[in-house]
Design a protein around this ligand. Sequence first.
Ligand code: MGD
Ligand code: MGD
Ligand code: SF4
Ligand code: MO
Length: 699
Amino acid sequence: MAYINSTCPHDCPSTCALEVEILSPGEIGKVRGAKENSYTAGVICSKVARYAERIHHPDRLLKPLRRTGPKGSGQFEEISWSVALDEVAEAFQKAESEHGSESIWPYYYAGTMGLLMRDGINRLRHAKRYSGYHSTICVSLAWSGYLAGAGKMGGVDPREMSESDVIVIWGTNAAVTQVNVMHHALKARRNRGAKIVVIDTYKNATAKQADLFIQVKPGTDGALACAVMHLLFKNNHADKDYLSKYTKDAEHLEDHLRKRDPDWASAITGVPAETIDHFAMLIGTTPKTYLRLGYGFTRQRNGATNMHAVASISAVAGHWQHLGGGALLSNSGIYHWDKTLIEGLDDVDPTIRLLDQSRIGEILMGDKNALGNGPPVKALLIQNTNPMSVAPNLNLVKRGFEREDLFVCVHEQFMTETAKMADVILPATMFLEHDDIYQAGGHQHIQFGPKAINPPGECRSNHEVISELAARLNANHRGFLLTAKEVIDETLINSGWKNLEALENEKWFDVQPNFKESHFISGFGHPDKRWHFSADWSAQQSKWGLGSNQIVDASLVDSMPALPDHWDVLEASTLDFPFRLITAPARHFLNSTFSEVPTSLRREKQPSVLINPSDALSLRVTDGDFVRVTNERGELEITIEVFSGVSTGVLIVESIWPNHAFKGGLGVNVLTGSDPAGPVGGAAFHDNRVQLTPLENKI
Ligand SMILES: Nc1nc2c(c(=O)[nH]1)N[C@H]1C(S)=C(S)[C@@H](COP(=O)(O)OP(=O)(O)OC[C@H]3O[C@@H](n4cnc5c(=O)[nH]c(N)nc54)[C@H](O)[C@@H]3O)O[C@H]1N2
Ligand SMILES: Nc1nc2c(c(=O)[nH]1)N[C@H]1C(S)=C(S)[C@@H](COP(=O)(O)OP(=O)(O)OC[C@H]3O[C@@H](n4cnc5c(=O)[nH]c(N)nc54)[C@H](O)[C@@H]3O)O[C@H]1N2
Ligand code: SF4
Ligand SMILES: [Mo]
């Protein structure tokens, strides 16, 4: 059978190079990882290996639908594409004429990471002066912290792990969320005896494979990093030559860290001082230490400062200079894209307001501050995201979506929780049914994903929908008139890459910058080319295009410590809410995607909360018991799973299960908060205080 080359479109740093078996013009068979791709190396996750189950799922949306019952009732009737698009355009024109163009909010995220299908919605937004979208649900805490130090989003080639002697997997459950990291790390252990260190809040699937597992209390990585750097200085493992040549404020840092010793950090992190000593000695004596930095540890209210502190370790030790040494959070800054055609960047009006993605609840509920004191949001166009499940403060989000005066159009592959709240639903293609181009966050390839089969029913791609809406809304831009392939080809050329034909022939472009650049030997990204130990947090605000005080309170940003530290702004436990809850990902779901796939559902079994045995004992609960988890924002009924790999006082819920899996009709995000964290906003999904009470009826 014929295999075609493609790319996994999902929101995962691995962006795997795929080979997909095509059985007929409308059917796929097996999906496997491309062996020849040096990062994918033939390894993909099990969810995508059985993609046939998702793409040929009997519940795919196949026709446009119009709501007939009350909002959220799930009552819809089929309509034609032209009627559906007319109705959407009419609703947008009405909102615009009554409340101004900013009352329409295109809302999207990374359900597909294809540059055209994901970001093309911005072309419509710019052409029509619709409200802008400040993206904070995933990377803003991590990136702002890293950028404050490095000045550029890039780092050491992940394939260089094969040269590393110590690999530190910091705050990412890589075995679950980006399996290829584990593949490369385990290979280094096999081939050269590299040690794998995992730093996490519980003994997750990644920690189980570690040589050294350091279990921290949630939100305390900044303290751990400070003590490690304290010891590097004290043990003469700080590289003084490197510090003077490549960094700024090293003396201040050394001075500032004098009091931040292992005992100080131990009290904050819960990690024994001897373990901190051992870890600092290990990396202090191992030049080839590779920090693979994750997103998980930054989903805390102090996440940006923690990222900056942790990433500073590589600079203090001078690890960056060595093959196999240094750090990687994301490579997204290495691609010099010119996205003018995709996003309509030649038509930007900087006076148009930005709205915070994570505060969709407040925004829909008319919170003046969240609306930037502008007009209410009267219409939403939603692509590639499922906020009625994944957004924080979900009770508020639901109330917002229930507003009778809000018009909602959702372009989707399935009848998601968000689609159920829509007035008009449009059926969307999947990645093998449209052309798109991809860049990787966790490696360095540019890849193409061609249209390989015909879409089922009447599904249309995001690019088609945006272009057809543009025609009805009199939005003008060349990008609306081109085919997907034409936009991709021109974008490649305008960005200085070879064209699409070359990409198809070569399968992928490996665009890893050379050693000197990846290791910042030719300088970091700041104008002075140095690593900054003293973070300029308000500069991050302007870098992210935020006007003063618009998204994050200026006083919060002013209170951020410049030098690495433990910033004490966590949602600390109280007598009423004695537990700290982390809402981590599950292996067989990807955010809310795949929760419609039977095998994924079967393997995840049921939503459950992991609890330490001694906490279970004192609450008199045991495996399989039903409990209620509550906090100031909401409550959830869920099953108990006793697990000694969780610390006392900490609870873990793995996954974003669908809302309907819970008795109250809403999922885990009823417990998470949407208050914007510094410096640029961001949801602290793993920073929640909660109470847990046993329920009478066991299941
Ligand atoms: N199977 C699967 N894969 C996925 C996803 C999924 O949902 N499922 N999601 C995708 C997406 S959108 C993203 S952004 C990436 C995210 O992938 P990751 O970078 O792995 O981020 P998270 O999944 O949020 O990280 C969860 C881990 O962070 C730990 N953690 C939480 N708080 C702290 C802390 O304060 N300190 C430390 N050291 N650890 C902490 C949790 O215990 C948990 O093990 O994964 C992608 N891949
Ligand atoms: N409690 C908790 N909540 C979290 C997190 C957490 O760790 N804990 N993680 C957060 C993170 S990191 C992220 S990134 C967000 C992610 O949240 P989302 O971006 O909402 O991701 P998904 O839930 O996977 O939803 C993506 C949707 O896009 C649709 N889709 C896919 N491809 C296409 C396409 O080509 N066209 C159209 N029109 N639709 C498409 C899919 O069918 C799916 O319903 O969730 C966040 N929410
Ligand atoms: S590991 Fe990530 S990129 Fe690779 S196939 Fe799975 S979801 Fe896609
Ligand atoms: Mo994410």
